[in-house]
Design a protein around this ligand. Sequence first.
Ligand SMILES: Nc1ncnc2c1ncn2[C@@H]1O[C@H](COP(=O)(O)OP(=O)(O)OP(=O)(O)O)[C@@H](O)[C@H]1O
Ligand SMILES: Cc1ncc(C[n+]2csc(CCOP(=O)(O)O)c2C)c(N)n1
Ligand SMILES: [Mg+2]
Length: 335
Amino acid sequence: MKVSLGTRLDELAEEQLVAILRQAYPTGAHPTEVADDDAAVATIARGSRLVTSTDLLVEHEDFVLPEFTPYDVGWKTAAVNLSDIAAMGARPTGLLMTLGIPRDRTVADLVGWGRGVRDAVATLAPGVSVWGGDLSASRLVISAATSTGEVEIPVTRAGAEPGDVVAYAGRLGFAAAGLRILLGERAGDPDLRGLERTGTIREAIDAQLRPRPPIALGAAAAVAGVHALIDVSDGLARDGARLARSSGVTLDLVSGALAGRCADLGWARHTLNIDPWELVMAGGEDYGLLAVFAPDARPPEGFEVLGAVVERGEHGVLLSGRPTEYLGFDHFAGR
Ligand SMILES: Nc1ncnc2c1ncn2[C@@H]1O[C@H](COP(=O)(O)OP(=O)(O)OP(=O)(O)O)[C@@H](O)[C@H]1O
Ligand SMILES: Cc1ncc(C[n+]2csc(CCOP(=O)(O)O)c2C)c(N)n1
Ligand SMILES: [Mg+2]
């Protein structure tokens, strides 16, 4: 049978679908030694330790169709899984990619998803290979990955000490603003043309569809002697509190250090009827790296100092010495 981009997935055998996907994927510097078998096999550099993580994206819970194209879903699945490896101070090596997709979707959808994975890897973590994965027909689209990496000394969430410096690399609040635009949560019928012209809205939507976690900065922070790391998927307040709890400290963020980021999202107040501070402090899915360095360390370029570590108090995160009401995202609470 002649296969075209319009061929329905239920017209092909699973092996053919995997073969089509393989052509779309990246082939990086860390290939598996055994491909097309029951499991992948890879060698670990002497003195290194294996780091693995997994993250699942489910239609309606983590993305909406058709606002997300198959390409976007593939990109985001690869990006968020690479992000967790970087958050251990590690270098990513491999991805196992899993897709559940309705059987009436086409080869174009499958190829789009694979190319999204390829381009995310090429942009964020060149050298990473796809080691394998799984496919299933599914009524909802589900997209997941398992990521692997290597590190000599893993960086946990638990190493922050009072007197340390809190720094962050990446955007804050953009992906959450983009999600609200994609979900159509606009206040009244605001005139978006001005914002569209400046590219601001596009930037927020792109941040939601195709996040760009600073993958290389994880290992760079490790080299610079970082004390603790976490990637911010559920919002600065929530993930900051997680790091703080693991380390037994409190993070005191300086509101002046965040004010510029809020100003960048000032448009959200009238366009989305949301406080920019809520987006910056609690908006998830920007996948930046929150890092804690010794006071005399030199954070790698790309990190911006946001505050300081203080003795553990009642709250994990303070804003200029004061408790905040910002919560962040929880899957089962829905927000
Ligand atoms: N989405 C995918 N992306 C990349 N490789 C895939 C994907 N789906 C399957 N593969 C690879 O194709 C090969 C065969 O997959 P398959 O799921 O048939 O394995 P299997 O061991 O027979 O699975 P199971 O034990 O679940 O029946 C494996 O090497 C697997 O890693
Ligand atoms: C339809 C839809 N509803 C809600 C959201 C928001 N959302 C989903 S997962 C997540 C945090 C990171 O996930 P995890 O905690 O699994 O790493 C956030 C903020 C979305 N993107 N799409
Ligand atoms: Mg994480």
